[in-house]
Write a protein that binds this ligand. Structure first.
Ligand SMILES: [Zn+2]
Length: 298
């Protein structure tokens, strides 16, 4: 060990700085997108560095990792990804990292199938949007952290239990916002069909322009089908997600007289100073936007 390094460590010990102040001493966890990075931070606690490959606002399904992404992840102790064909780029990315342990957070989730398009019958990958699956994600994160860092198993277990209690407590008030709407207004019209798990929890019926971002997006046929559905069910508002163009959804709104109810968050968090810096914010803001949009009278 060089003298300067030894001196630095000695200084640190003398001033009682936590070891976590030194990046090289911290466990490093890399995730594929920001939502599961926030979940992982809640389970891992302060002593672990958690980094997301895709940044806030990025499209995550067809993302193309850069050489810098690979360099930035090359010293990871653990890589967490969603699975269920969400990150079509993941296997190549992981292969580029060499021998790094990875964990699939959707393992053990009972999938809802995609009901149309080229991926019909495949699992809808947006399982983190449902409470039951989200609790499984949290358990899978704790298990993965424990497998690479067994000394801190009890910390991860305690953090996971506390976070699961928080998530469970959040659902009731969200459900109450939707339950307050007249039943015939409880329709969720979106760009991507990314809300099947949330719609199930909240008691919403779903209509969307395209089943999954990997598919064709906003073709005239898709737009016409949603226009027909909005008219048939007299749906008061349509929405679109933060990571894709809202043009087709706004076209549906114009042609049907429905309101454009605003931006929903599902595949990505916002920056720290944006509206949804955490997963719990994402659930809350998205549900509030839906409830507000559907409650409005023209
Ligand atoms: Zn998506």
């Amino acid at each position: 060990m060089p003298l300067t390094r030894r001196a630095l460590l000695l200084t640190a010990a003398l001033t009682l700085l936590p070891l976590s102040a030194f990046a090289e001493d911290r466990l490093k966890v890399v995730t594929t997108f920001t939502v599961i990075a926030d979940m992982a931070r809640n389970v891992a606690g302060e002593g672990v560095e958690v980094v997301s490959v895709t940044k806030p606002g990025a499209e995550i399904h067809g993302y193309e990792p850069t050489p810098q992404d690979i360099v930035a992840a090359s010293d990871a102790d653990l890589v967490l990804w969603n699975g269920m064909n969400l990150e079509v780029w993941f296997e190549q990315f992981l292969a580029n990292l060499g021998e790094v342990p990875s964990a699939t957070l959707s393992d053990g989730v009972e999938p809802i199938a995609i009901s149309a398009g080229n991926y019909e019958g495949r699992p809808n990958p947006h399982a983190w949007m449902g409470l039951g699956p989200a609790l499984i994600y949290v358990d899978n994160i704790a298990k993965a952290l424990t497998s690479v860092d067994p000394d801190n198993a009890s910390i991860y277990a305690a953090n996971a239990e506390a976070y699961k209690a928080k998530l469970t407590a959040a659902l009731g008030p969200l459900q109450a916002q939707i339950a307050a709407l007249p039943e015939d207004r409880r329709w969720l019209v979106t760009c991507e069909g990314a809300f099947s798990y949330l719609a199930r929890d909240l008691g919403l019926q779903e209509l969307y322009l395209w089943p999954i971002n990997a598919d064709q997006q906003g073709s005239p046929r898709q737009v016409q089908a949603v226009i027909d559905g909005v008219r048939t069910h007299q749906i008061p508002a349509v929405f679109c997600e933060s990571t894709v163009s809202s043009d087709p959804a706004e076209q549906v709104a114009r042609e049907t007289g429905a309101a454009f109810g605003g931006v929903l968050y599902v595949d990505s968090l916002s920056d720290g100073d944006g509206p949804v810096p955490t997963y719990l914010d994402l659930l809350r803001v998205t549900t509030e936007t839906i409830a507000k949009g559907l409650a409005a009278t023209e």
